[in-house]
Design a protein around this ligand. Structure first.
Ligand code: NAP
Ligand code: 8YV
Length: 333
């Protein structure tokens, strides 16, 4: 086992950790200060590690893209804690972890404001046709054909939020600055929110001009935004998806935009990232970003800190800063 020599000369044995996927240099440094880190990216590399050190691994870190399955956890009998990078953790089998007494952490809250800013950015960029107008200028169209066609304002308009959680609440707060009339859909009505609640998603879509999606991914929300929801939003409606690609039926979205049944879309997330449907690439009424909702230096630094702290604190005092709800009861108080 890797040992660290302290300035006083004493030797400390580092704990063994697996990193499934990749981490920033900053997070790597944090992990390496405490653990002997083994990086694996493929199923073969994971199996090799299991053969060589399976019983010694006590901690795991992973991202939303890679996740961690029940089988991977089962293959590491000494595993005590898993840290996921990102607030969304649908690719980590947290239910299995909870059943086995493995604590899972993620990185909520620190990203709320920047992800909400990305939603507002996409809302404005889509409604004001920022990319189309940028092309209009660069292509010389302004000089040749004059002014770009006028666009719709978001000022004072009805906006629906699908998922009024940590991030959805901040989006609602920011929409107030544009005097938008904000309402929402979730499975449960929030007793502490003054916003109008729609128990029926189609009803919400029918009553707003803009629909912003910010629910978790996974089975419970798979293709929640389907053809009937898009048709209810309608030919003058705009969809903004900042949640997960799986939440929107992407094939139906392309069809709805091509057939003019949906007005416009602003998308940060896609079904098969980093693949994006070819058809979306040149549409004037579509704005695309490559899953950058939280990707500012400030927010990613804060996320990295939580990502590392969730593992380190487990071994220091058993109390991790951000357990996922399924595992909260395992967090020592
Ligand atoms: P959160 O606080 O857990 O809020 C989730 C909201 O979704 C809650 O209002 C919840 O209310 C609602 N919800 C859950 N399942 C639903 C369903 N089946 N139908 C309707 N509503 C449902 O989560 P958060 O911190 O705001 O994050 C939300 C998600 O945003 C993350 O899980 C992640 O997937 C995504 N995200 C994306 C980026 C990006 O870079 N694009 C960055 C951060 C987060 P009820 O329980 O009452 O239904
Ligand atoms: C991250 C995210 O970019 O937090 C989330 O759920 O989607 C983003 O903040 C993503 O997790 C990177 O893997």
């Amino acid at each position: 086992r890797a040992a660290e020599v302290l300035p006083c000369g004493a030797m400390v044995m580092k704990k063994q950790m697996v990193l499934i996927g990749a981490a920033t240099e900053r997070a790597m440094k944090g992990f390496q200060g405490y653990f002997d880190v083994h990086v694996v990216r493929t199923a073969e590399e994971f199996e090799d590690l299991v053969r060589e050190r399976g019983t010694e691994i006590e901690a795991a870190a992973t991202s939303g893209h890679y996740g961690m399955t029940a089988e991977q956890m089962e293959a590491l009998p000494g595993l005590k804690v898993v840290s996921g990078f990102g607030v969304g953790y649908e690719t980590i089998d947290a239910a299995y972890a909870a059943e086995k007494g493995i604590l899972v952490g993620h990185t909520p809250d620190v990203l709320n404001r920047d992800v909400a800013n990305t939603a507002i950015m996409l809302l404005l960029a889509t409604s004001r046709r920022l990319i189309r107008d940028n092309r209009w200028l660069h292509s010389g169209n302004w000089k040749i054909n004059g002014d770009a066609p006028h666009t719709h304002s978001i000022e004072g308009k009805p906006v629906g939020i699908v998922g009024l959680g940590r991030i959805g609440e901040v989006i609602a707060e920011k929409l107030a600055a544009f005097n938008c009339i904000v309402s929402y859909h979730a499975r449960n009505k929030k007793t502490d929110s003054p916003l109008t609640y729609y128990p029926d998603l189609i009803d919400l879509a029918r009553n707003v001009d803009f629909l912003i999606v910010i629910v978790p991914g996974g089975k419970g929300t798979n293709k929640l935004i389907n053809r009937p929801v898009m048709d209810a939003l309608g030919q003058d409606g705009t969809l903004v998806n900042i949640a997960r690609g799986s939440v929107v039926d992407e094939a139906e979205l392309v069809l709805a935009l091509e057939e003019g049944r949906l007005g416009a879309a602003g998308l940060d997330v896609f079904e098969n990232e980093p693949d994006v449907p070819e058809a979306l690439l040149n549409m004037d009424n579509v704005v695309l970003t490559p899953h950058v909702g939280s990707a500012t230096i400030e927010t990613r630094t804060a996320m990295d800190k939580l990502f590392v702290d969730n593992l380190v604190r487990y071994f220091e005092d058993g109390l991790i800063p951000a357990p996922v709800p399924e595992c909260a009861h395992l967090n020592k108080d």
